[in-house]
Design a binder for this molecule. Sequence first.
Ligand SMILES: [Zn+2]
Length: 280
Amino acid sequence: MKIGQYELHSIETGRFALDGGAMFGIVPKELWSKLHPADDKNRIDMALRSLLIMDDKRKILIDTGIGTKLSKKIQKIYKLDQTEHNLEASLEKYDLEAKDITDVILTHLHLDHVGGATYLKGKKLKLTFPNATYYVQKTHHEWASKPSERDKGSFIIEDFKTIEREGKLRLIDGYAMILPNIDVIIYDGHTIGQQVIKISDGIDTLVYCSDVIPFTSHINLPYIPSYDINPITSVEDKEKLLTRACEGDWILFFEHDPVIEAVKVVKAEKGFTIKETISL
Ligand SMILES: [Zn+2]
């Protein structure tokens, strides 16, 4: 897909699984399990789908997946599988290596979004993308550096402290056009200062929804993950994003949907519904 000067590609870095109940909050299993069948441990399949944005000058990546440095025990809990999809193979399709990436925009610092930014070499953490600048919202970085007891399990502090130590972290303070035709919308429901990324040339627009709308099934407004620290704000965030997407005929891109990469939406009698599914 092309938007303005950019070529956009979907980059899968692995598959994993999380508890279905946690992904849908108060929604009964009877409803969500029809859309997302659970395994014997109640886990449902999830994609780790980054977005590669390229022009003559830049090779930009949005989010980095979970990475390769989790312990075998944790990998088993998350059912992590990087045999079919992994960062190296996905970049190779476009004749790229990690060192070619110029910019990494991180929607937030949860371990399944920033984990791939570093890897273990012996006992030391190294930057996966040594030549890139990494962008995060300032308010989110503050939160992630000192998370609450409830959500601290979603962060591995070293994931982003390594980027900081290498002098590659750029903190964005609120709204910004981070790069030409790439700006951000900030939402505080899922976590504080999550940035949703908007790529637009004024005619076509694609939004990388991150965890504001992880799956297409979350287009249904009350479907809010229990990971979210401010669930009421999450519903409001989602409604705002979906309303703007309808008005602007935006393409919504999903990081975690196991099947669908992207859709356009329309208003429905109750809430919103899918108008068309899109493959990049
Ligand atoms: Zn998250």
